[in-house]
Design a protein around this ligand. Sequence first.
Ligand SMILES: *Cc1c(COP(=O)(O)O)cnc(C)c1O
Length: 245
Amino acid sequence: MNDADLIRSNIARVRGRMADACEHSGRNPGSVRLLLATKTVEPERIRVAIEAGEKLVAENRVQEVRRKFEELDDLDYERHFIGHLQSNKINALLPYVSCIQSLDRMSLANKLQKKLEREEETREVLIQVNTSGEDSKFGLQPDQVGTFVRKVSHLDRLKVRGLMTIGLFTDDIELARPSLRRLRELRDEIRELNLEDVEMTELSMGMTGDLEVAIEEGSTIIRVGTAIFGARQTTDAYYWPESGT
Ligand SMILES: *Cc1c(COP(=O)(O)O)cnc(C)c1O
């Protein structure tokens, strides 16, 4: 099988896993989107996936965003950001993405608001939560999320659409379940606050290893890299530069 065929058959396999998980948990298959996590993947390989019908792609590093998204500029698809965002990279990122899934601190929210005000634009954001308690992950602690979302709701340029988490890294997917379930519970708690200008529709959780459990726990966006594009050469610590791992 050539590389393009392999990517297409991997997508079919992931789509099959998603469909099975939806059926298993009585969910409408249309309620879960597949996001391609394309860090380190070259644009021509991403192109194969988009041309096969995929509509949602995200990068982790601002340095990769520009080159890769520009090369795929002729295609119609949605672009998100899922990496740790440093404030000094905001200007370089914003032209390329509609949603930042990794909002995790007020200083960043304020800077995004200022820049978007000047541009007379808005962006969607998801709030990143560290539900697994691992030090190596970015994201707010679960008990900080309510207060944080309330503050962000006053920033009119940022449209809060939901929450994002990276589940516990483990070979035993059942051990990841509590960290994924916690995100859903948090979403439900925040919905009850009825904050103006806040929609708690999206739960971005589930990756190659834990997508079934994430779907069972209510995920609306699963983010998949390895199962579609193969193993990455670079260790993931490279993408979480301040994580100290
Ligand atoms: C790399 C990455 C993914 C995809 O991980 P895989 O295990 O390769 O599917 C999902 N979410 C984030 C934030 C990532 O950095």
